[in-house]
Design a protein around this ligand. Structure first.
Ligand code: ADP
Ligand code: MG
Length: 638
């Protein structure tokens, strides 16, 4: 017992000697303070007084909080105390306040000195000032956060073109996170390792210190995007090359609009050209047809008669074709009358049932209260015929052709999904087939004049071009949904004459069901659809996250800590489609609520999705009302 006390006091003596040695050693360079176990200051060196701007007398006996209260969260301060009270050394950076209110940062090491019961009786804080470095760091952080706010992708690369910095917009545009790109070769991240691109950049940077270009880059998901890039070599104070700064602007959308315009112009010039030729051809064919008539009257023999009727038949076919070209080329200035589509559709169905092969069943469904439209009936007939004949051609081995006509009020939400759409009352004619469907590439060109995939003599490529001209000249618009082997749906909209009655019009905002801050994840590869759904849902009391495909959606979902109440997903998306996404989500959470939206949904597909646990379907495009009703219905417990 006695021995123990002796030993302890010896160790305490050693400790005290150690402390004073330490103090002396540090006095010149460091800022030193000591406190007792309660945190009361027992010693400060001159440096401490200098930086804290207090005199020694003012500090001794004060609580340590005189210089560092209020800057750090209480948990942080508590963790320091827990560490040192347990006899462990703490090291970190602290923000302190001097007597005049100025702020300084100190790199601090707190060493506890322990008594015989291994309890600290004294703390020594050794500190170095790091204010300048801290302020610089803060500045850099602020600048970096500014860089994160710009729309452009901003990159910094070292002289070997390895990425040092990758801002938030770069993450958004290219789909790689900053961590993934750090140290990687810039061309690997921007354009799938295209060496040619990097060589061009190098050559130009070597010659001019900068390089501007417009190129196509590759996103992580393989999609190609149009990018305008500006590369600059940044030199240090001494003029030596230091790093490369790269700013990239995504101009994909802009390019697309340009292409759209170009295509419209191309169509116009083809139209003018075709119109001219058609006119001449008419003048050439007219005498041929008249001559045939004359010869017929001269009493030809049977053989000559056969030849003559063949000439006549073909000349008439040519004339029909020319008529089509002319309608397309002239734009439409046909006579307008009030048209009840019901009758036109009945006629059409009659003709179709007689002409299409028996293996195709023709169905129709017309709202008896269909609004009237102002139109040229012959042209409308032509439009519907063109679309139906294409549907027939797409089903050589049979299928179903259905025609549906109904009233619809196009609201703001809806109009946002289609550039050509106007708000207001419309009659919509939907023509669906279960035929071959189309690839994206074909779909993009179907309205181009003379575009056809049909064999020579079977297609002119004028049907849909004419259809589009007619519909546009009536103030209407067309939506097409199609997928290879899954069939095609044409939605043709004509503005109605009547202004829809109160009952049919878009209900006022107060009548719409609203949300309660529920979080909805909207997944669609088309930006306009994401934006429209987000705007509407947010306006009606929901919170919205969006994702551009299945993989993105899974990432958003897992990051949300299961806070997402409902997932609304498109079905046809690149990279990971809706069905795979639904499967994956159901695996993570079998109870998750899912609504599927699609332009084209076959019955088989609906059944399959229902089996996967999809609770509701929405066909695109949709009105705010149908969207809100569907979501409200799903989120309200029955
Ligand atoms: P054409 O019928 O003379 O080929 P259109 O302008 O009517 O010209 O159609 C252009 C092309 O659009 C067709 O050749 C075809 O490839 C495609 N298409 C149109 N409608 C359908 C459909 N319902 N299913 C599949 N492909 C279609
Ligand atoms: Mg056609």
């Amino acid at each position: 017992m006695n021995q123990d006390t002796d030993q302890t006091s010896a160790s305490e003596r050693d400790a005290i000697k150690e402390i004073s040695d330490l103090k002396r050693a540090l006095d010149e360079s460091a800022i030193v303070a000591m406190t007792d176990q309660t945190g009361r200051i027992t010693y400060v060196n001159d440096k401490f007084c200098d930086i804290a701007k207090y005199s020694r007398e003012e500090l001794i006996g004060q609580d340590h909080r005189i210089i560092n209260s209020g800057f750090h969260p209480p948990e942080f301060i508590r963790s320091i105390w827990t560490t040192i009270a347990n006899g462990k050394i703490w090291r970190g950076e602290l923000r302190n306040k001097a007597k005049d209110g100025s702020i300084y940062w100190v790199d601090t090491t707190i060493v506890p000195f322990l008594d015989d019961e291994r309890k600290p009786f004294q703390y020594v804080a050794i500190r170095y000032e790091v204010t300048e470095r801290k302020l610089a760091e803060e500045r850099i952080r602020q600048q970096a956060s500014l860089l994160d706010k710009t729309q452009d992708a901003i990159l910094v690369c070292d002289l070997n073109f390895q990425i040092l910095y990758w801002n938030k917009s770069a993450e958004r545009i290219y789909g790689f996170t900053a961590e993934e790109t750090f140290g990687r070769l810039v061309s690997d991240m921007l354009c799938g390792g295209d060496g040619q691109y990097l060589r061009q950049a190098k050559d130009s940077l070597a010659a001019h210190d900068e390089w501007n270009s417009e190129t196509r880059h590759l996103r992580r998901d393989g999609e190609s995007i149009s990018i305008e890039s500006r590369w600059t070599l940044v030199r240090d104070d001494k003029g030596e090359p230091d790093y490369y700064l790269i700013a990239l602007t995504d101009i994909t959308e802009q390019k697309r609009t340009e292409e759209h315009l170009l295509r419209a112009q191309r169509m116009e010039s083809i139209g003018t050209l075709a119109g001219g030729i058609a006119h001449d051809l008419n003048n050439i064919l007219s005498p041929v047809m008249m001559a045939v008539d004359m010869l017929m009257m001269n009493g030809p023999d049977d053989d000559a008669k056969r030849w003559l009727s063949m000439i006549k038949e073909n000349a008439e076919r040519g004339a029909d074709l020319i008529k089509q070209v002319l309608t397309f080329a002239r734009g439409m200035d046909g006579e307008r009358v009030q048209v009840r589509l019901k009758h036109i559709i009945k006629d059409l169905v009659g003709v179709l049932s007689e002409t299409v092969s028996r293996s195709i069943s023709v169905k129709y469904d017309v709202d008896p209260e269909l609004w009237t439209i102002s139109a040229d009936p012959t042209q409308i007939h032509q439009v519907l015929m063109n679309v139906c004949l294409n549907a027939r051609d797409a089903m050589p081995s049979g299928g179903t052709l259905s025609i549906k006509a109904e009233n619809i009020v196009v609201d703001e939400n809806y109009a946002r999904m289609n550039i050509d759409a106007n708000q207001g009352g419309h009659v919509r004619i939907t023509i669906t087939d279960t035929g071959s469907g189309m690839t994206k590439e074909v779909l993009e060109r179907i309205f181009d004049p003379f575009f056809t995939t049909k064999e020579f003599g079977k297609g002119t490529g004028l049907g849909l071009a004419t259809t589009m001209t007619i519909v546009k000249s009536h103030g209407g618009f067309i939506n097409v949904y199609s997928e290879p082997r899954k069939g095609t749906r044409f939605d043709i909209y004509f503005p109605s004459v009547e202004t829809p009655s109160e009952r049919d019009a878009a209900p006022s905002e107060t009548e719409m069901p609203t949300g309660n801050g529920e979080l909805i994840l909207v997944v669609d590869d088309e930006e306009s659809i994401r934006m429209a759904a987000k705007a509407t849902l947010e306006r009606f009391g929901y919170q919205v996250e969006t994702a551009i495909d299945g993989t993105d959606a899974l990432a958003v979902y897992t990051q949300s800590d299961a806070r997402i109440d409902l997932v609304m997903t498109d079905l046809a998306m690149p990279y990971m489609d809706g069905t795979s996404l639904i499967r994956a989500l159901k695996k993570i959470d079998p109870n998750i609520k899912i609504a599927a939206m699609s332009g084209l949904l076959s019955e088989g597909q609906t059944v399959e999705l229902k089996e996967l646990g999809v609770e509701a379907f929405l066909s695109k495009p949709y009105t705010a009302k149908s969207l809100l009703n569907l979501i409200h219905g799903l989120l309200t417990p029955q």
